[in-house]
Design a protein around this ligand. Sequence first.
Ligand code: SF4
Ligand code: SF4
Length: 488
Amino acid sequence: MSMHNHDTPPSESPASDIPAPVSSAVEETGPEEVLYAAHKKIYVRSTSGIFARWRWILVWITQVVFFGLPWLTWNGRQAVWLNLVERKFYVFGWVFWPQEVLYLSVLLIISAYSLFFFTAIAGRLWCGYACPQTVYTEIFLWIEEKIEGDHSARMKLDKAPISGRKFALKTAKYTIWAVFALWTGVTFVSYFSSMEGLLKSVPTFGFGPWERFWIFFYGTFTFVFAGFMREQVCKYMCPYARFQSVMFDQDTLIVTYDGARGEPRGVRRKGEDPASRGDCIDCGICVQVCPTGIDIRNGLQYECIGCAACVDACDLIMDKLDLPRGLVRYTTENALKRGWGPSETLNHVRRPRTLIYGTILLGIIIAFIWGLATRMPLRFDVIRDPFSLGREVSGGMVENDYILKVMNLAEEKRSFVISVTGPDGILLVGDNQVTVDPAGNLEVLLQARLPKPKEGSQSRSDQIYFEVVSTNDPNLQRRKKAVFLYPN
Ligand code: SF4
Ligand code: SF4
């Protein structure tokens, strides 16, 4: 699939397939009064090629996952459901509780290491292909182009005075953007509120106050960020651009212009010695397709999100000129300096830094999967009742109260037996057989008894252990330590 639905190479000049030189894709609309920065609107030109295809593949993957997951069901409920009211997070067959925040922390560590790893290998892969800002800008641009036409048509339309056609086109574009943006809001909220419930509210707009707030908040962000702010989010708001250079080194693959091959740039004239000029014909197409409006020929810039649209665009120009592709390409600073070929370049991408990141990342992922696979669907907490002291009871015994919380993480009802162990003579008082609902929890108040300490004993406390065991699976068990207090 081509980016923005262009299947043909860029072409401007009627006399030739090679576009006439154009210096910039940035429309000089003059500074507008905006809150974030003086703004010049960029009319991104569409292009096609291998990297445009990859960007669209990533758009499809991320959006199929995002929009599709809330529609899946599992055991009669939404497959992925972060139920904040019940404080349970359902992920297919797993039910996570707030106490299991460790899994979330490990996921965040995996995300951070993935970012380090992939950035060390090939720069801003995340920004160029998978960041929601890039993905939604891509979708909004596609809608814009379908309605208003290619970049020149959009430029002309914006310059033209208001007319019935202009009004109709703009209204259609904003309406489709708004509906799409609101649906992203509904989808986002459905992860917390269940899609089934939200769908029932759609016809009457009878969402709860928080649902309404988040649908509009998320939808408005999508609409404004992807429709209007676009590259400004990457340039001025995203912190990642500012510290990315720390993760790059001279062997990181980045989108680069090969100056040695391209310069001196300029239009090729008839009869001119081809050796007198470099391969860059200064057509400016690489600038026109750039979503951030920069010129890659000026070297690595923090505004570059690494989308490689300029690579695709320049390759198409090189094809028309019958010159080798790759005047703008993914390469490393070292490769460019030393004239390395692709295999030597890739060999240097495999360096201690990427190997260390990769090994750590793999280790954490394996540990995470192992943790999930061996996760016991039972949790158990014990606290000594803070409002009751240890007291003497009949038979020369001392009694303490304990609140035990049994959490059944499985999606079927389970019965458990609770027992206590500790110093000789320990007894458990109360009903020690409990049945807990699927993905439910039960609090029980039980008493433990121990013989009174002998006269003169200095002992004021003892360690005891509570154990909970499933009645039909002895391997499903948990043990917790507790303190037993003797009265003074
Ligand atoms: S680098 Fe390629 S696309 Fe950019 S101006 Fe030169 S020839 Fe044109
Ligand atoms: S310079 Fe090239 S890779 Fe960087 S943002 Fe612009 S088009 Fe994308």
